[in-house]
Design a protein around this ligand. Structure first.
Ligand code: ADP
Ligand code: ZN
Length: 520
């Protein structure tokens, strides 16, 4: 009963106050801490900002022996190290860039460390197991634990070496932590790391102060500048490539007169660090960045996150948007997506090893589903993470203004048939001309005006062709060819035969405006 639980955690609460200066546990931290103190292994799935680090740092302070923390990013480790030391915790890192490794090893052997941070590569080094045998261990903490699973969005083979290492110390409990794991990844992580089935602690993923919105991208500079005007304060804009990062940063600065900086792996480290520090300190700066930015930075007052291209997956989307509004105040997140983003991502699937293609395709399909839905975005998102949310949230674009849904099954059959009959090598513009009966030199040269699909789309429907083509590309029924043409893919055949109905979301009036797409 409650009283007993309170008693059980009283020493932990005392340490929480004394060492960390916090008044109480947040969310499900207490469940993770009490399991860990009792020597039971756990997978803690908690959103970014939930306070995962505390769930191993606190037991590390309380338990005898050292807690070994596996973490994939050296920069992140050093941030953690500084924070831990600032709280008076005896912590060290053992990485390729640490020059004080001799002191660290000596301190570990002498039993003078509460926390030892290492990179996953360390696990496969034979000497490391011997080192760990030389002093008592309290706990293995595995950060970013989804990296152990090929179902996760960020598989790292080195994580597979952790299991044999931990198995060599069967009495030491394990605590795996991640912010991003759907049901399948979760089960796999637990199996891979040897965590019992009852060891899952799943914290709520909802971030009610974040408003989710998605729009088709027709003019990213204008669209993001409008977002910046609507939502003052610091913001992050994610762009897919270094070139786009620099281009957008420059144009947004010019368009808004605000301070906008670029951040990507190609900048020299000093400049990167300077931009990051300036952002953390600033109250109105905008950073345009590749996804490298944001990991491990603790800036609670980010007021908006914009995507100028699609993220890799729903997990990545959740994590990236999750950097907004960590202080609990309202924050806007808008994804500006283009059909080309999905086309490119689907093309890249072919470059992956065959055994990974299916899972990556499923990931992309799930993302396309979120982009294409007319339902509450938050509900779709939370269901993806295994929760059972209310049907509507009142704080996403679809809840604030219900988009229309149109049955376009017949039109989709016509479009796909035309792609097929013209030989699956022409771009959208040509196929559109054929369907609407617009003659030009190329149409006539190829004899496409004699095809049965010539002119079968009436004017009143023609306006839906482009959004339909985007939707079909997003879901993979239309794929881009190497030369920029469209070809059939995914469930195109079922659509053509009429087995699969197709609906598309018709965006609210204000977004349409009849503008010609520049960037689809
Ligand atoms: P995560 O790793 O889950 O993204 P962090 O461990 O970085 O989250 O913690 C996020 C923030 O929450 C940090 O600033 C941390 O100091 C703070 N925090 C953690 N636990 C508590 C708590 N019990 N009470 C108040 N603040 C907390
Ligand atoms: Zn909603």
């Amino acid at each position: 009963d409650t009283v007993e639980i309170e008693d059980e955690l009283a020493p932990a609460r005392e340490t929480l106050r004394r060492v960390f200066g916090f008044d109480g546990f947040r969310g499900r931290q207490s469940d993770v801490v009490s399991r860990t103190l009792a020597g039971r292994s756990t997978l803690a799935v908690m959103p970014t900002g939930a306070g995962k680090s505390l769930t191993y740092q606190l037991p590390a302070v309380m338990l005898d022996g050292c807690c070994v923390v596996v973490s994939p990013l050296i920069a992140l480790m050093h941030d953690q190290l500084r924070a831990a030391r600032a709280n008076g915790i005896r912590a060290a890192t053992l990485t390729s860039v640490d020059e004080d490794w001799r002191e660290t090893i000596a301190a570990f052997r002498a039993g003078e460390l509460d926390l030892l941070y290492v990179a996953p590569e360390r696990a496969s080094q034979p000497g490391f197991r011997d080192l760990l045998s030389s002093a008592p261990l309290a706990l293995f903490a595995v950060d970013e634990a989804h990296c152990v699973s090929e179902w996760g969005h960020d598989f790292r083979p080195d994580y597979r070496q952790l299991r044999p290492l931990m198995d060599a110390f069967p009495a030491v409990p394990r605590l795996a932590l991640t912010a991003t794991a759907d049901a399948q990844t979760r089960a796999d992580v637990m199996a891979q790391l040897g965590i019992p089935e009852d060891g899952l602690v799943l914290a709520g993923f909802d971030r009610p102060n974040i408003r989710y919105a998605m729009r088709h991208r027709d003019n990213p500079v204008r669209q993001i500048a409008a977002l910046m005007a609507e939502q003052p304060g610091p913001g992050i804009v994610y762009a897919p490539t270094r070139r786009k990062v620099e281009d957008l940063a420059e144009k947004l600065a010019a368009a808004t007169g605000r301070e906008v900086r670029a951040y990507h792996a190609g900048l020299d480290p000093a400049m990167r660090a300077a931009n990051q520090q300036a952002f953390v300190a600033s109250e109105d700066m905008v950073v345009v960045a590749t996804i490298a930015f944001g990991m491990g930075i603790d800036k609670p007052d980010v007021r908006f996150v914009a995507h100028a291209g699609i993220p890799k997956s729903i997990e990545a989307y959740y994590q990236e948007t999750g950097r907004a509004g960590r202080d609990g105040d309202p924050a806007l997140t808008t994804m500006f997506w283009g059909a080309g983003d999905f086309a490119t991502a689907r093309q890249r699937l072919g470059e992956l090893p065959t055994d990974r293609q299916a899972s990556e395709r499923a990931r992309l399909d799930a993302l396309a589903g979120l982009v294409e839905t007319a339902e509450c975005r938050r509900a779709v998102l939370l269901r993806h993470f295994g929760e059972d949310p209310p049907e509507t949230c009142g704080n996403c674009d679809n809840c604030l203004e219900r988009p229309g849904v149109t049955d376009v099954t017949q039109l989709a059959r016509k479009l796909l048939s035309a792609v097929y009959r013209t030989g699956q090598s022409f771009g959208f513009g040509h196929v559109q001309k054929v369907l609407t009966g617009a003659r030009d030199e190329r149409v006539e040269q190829r004899g496409h005006d004699r095809l049965s699909v010539f002119g079968i789309v009436e004017d009143k429907e023609a306006g839906l062709l482009r959004p339909l083509s985007r939707a079909l590309q997003a879901r993979g029924a239309l794929v881009a060819t190497e030369h920029g043409g469209l070809a059939l893919g995914g469930d195109a055949r079922e659509i053509i035969t009429g087995e699969k109905p197709v609906e598309i979301v018709v965006p609210p009036e204000r977004e349409r405006g009849g503008r010609r797409s520049r960037d689809s």
